[in-house]
Ligand binder design. Structure first.
Ligand code: NAD
Length: 351
């Protein structure tokens, strides 16, 4: 039976949460995601995944992007927005995502799914993979600047690869930091979360940094060069659009820069501040062993993460497999199969 005979799986975000809560655990799911994404980076290095740069459409209050990728079996496309006033004005997340997985052999849609949580988890896992390959092995402290929706999955995923003991957080919205602290201490039993009074304090106390702010599109840095100690590894995830950057240029100049996807990073990431020749490698090159990670324990490394479609393709394939196995979601024929494939008027209107 070809995959399309099953019809299209409609998977609501709520059902993904049920799948994670009832059929596995969040920890287990994150580990599975880690493994398929690491494999995805490896395949990307071998050019087995096709991934054009995403398209962005800019509106008054935010932006919407379409992100597509394919391997030898599947195609996926995700629609994702960034509307930073959403939490305050509408009670909606800043980032919301929805996606479709398509059978590469026939083009038939296999799954349509909400992907806001999946986006946060895969972004956390990308940082975790970068942290495993780039940070110092014994790093135990992490600073997280910007304590919104992405921040907890960042900590959760990074704690899979490093034995984190102390977390230093900073957000311009103190309530966001307090909410983060409560959930983080529920999630990970042996950590201390400290709310700091400035980004400088969070930076100076940490070996690993995550910047996950949703700031305006300007180059005012969230992290200044002088605050960052030798040996720090930085996962910069919040600067992910033209003119939206979090790190001071002199900090980038002082560091080894690894990007997730060069074709986007040069105009969306921190790397838009530097010539392309200053980017050392993409993460895929490091994962595949084509390039070395950090050179010594004093080097500062930056993972310039903008997010790219390969990551979503890997997530969708995993979720499709798990949901199908567990009979989650509803199967419908989103695309109907006409009786006469070359005469759709006869099939549908009896003409
Ligand atoms: P969010 O709105 O839920 O949280 C952002 C937080 O940043 C808010 O709590 C806000 O108060 C805080 N903030 C804004 N300016 C700040 C500053 N100067 N200093 C400290 N805190 C500040 O947004 P989110 O969903 O957590 O997303 C965060 C960022 O990550 C966004 O810019 C988003 O575009 C980006 N993102 C990147 C990827 C990727 O793959 N790289 C994926 C998803 C989201």
């Amino acid at each position: 039976m070809n995959l399309f005979h099953k019809g299209t799986l409609i998977l609501q975000e709520r059902e993904i949460i049920d799948l994670i809560n009832q059929k596995t655990t969040l920890d287990k799911f994150l580990r599975q995601l880690y493994s398929v994404m690491e494999e995805g980076f490896g395949n990307f290095a071998k050019r087995q995944i096709v991934n054009p740069p995403r398209h962005e459409f800019y509106f008054n209050r935010g932006s919407v992007e379409s992100m597509s990728a394919s391997d030898d079996k599947y195609f996926s496309c995700k629609i994702v927005n960034t509307h930073k006033d959403n939490p305050v004005y509408y009670g909606l997340p800043t980032i919301m995502a929805n996606g479709i997985l398509v059978d590469g052999e026939t083009g038939y849609p296999l799954m349509v799914t909400g992907s806001t949580i999946l986006t946060a988890l895969r972004t956390g896992v990308a940082s975790a993979i970068a942290t495993k390959y780039l940070s110092n092995r014994n790093d135990k402290t992490i600073g997280i600047i910007g304590n919104g929706a992405q921040s907890l999955p960042q900590l959760h995923a990074i704690s899979l690869v490093r034995n984190i003991e102390d977390v230093y957080v900073y957000d311009t919205d103190e309530q966001a930091s307090e909410s983060f602290k409560k959930s983080a201490e529920n999630l990970l039993k042996n950590i201390n979360v400290n709310i700091t009074s400035s980004p400088q304090e969070a930076c100076s106390l940490s070996n690993i940094l995550v910047t996950a702010t949703c700031k305006d599109r300007d180059s005012t840095p969230v992290v200044r060069n002088e605050w960052v100690s030798e040996g720090t590894h930085i996962n910069a995830i919040g600067g992910d659009a033209p003119n939206k950057m979090e790190l001071e240029k002199s900090l980038i100049d002082r560091s080894k820069v690894i990007v997730d996807f060069i074709d986007q990073a040069v105009y969306e990431g921190e790397s838009q501040q530097i010539p392309q020749s200053q980017i050392y490698s993409d993460l895929a090159g490091i994962v595949a062993g084509l390039c070395k990670g950090r050179d010594d324990d004093k080097q500062i490394t930056i993972f310039d993460s903008v997010g790219f479609a390969m990551e979503d393709l890997q997530v969708y394939k995993l979720v499709y497999e798990l949901a199908t196995k567990e009979n989650m979601g509803n199967i419908v024929k989103v695309s109907s199969i006409p009786k006469y494939s070359k005469n759709i008027y006869k099939s549908y209107f009896n003409i």
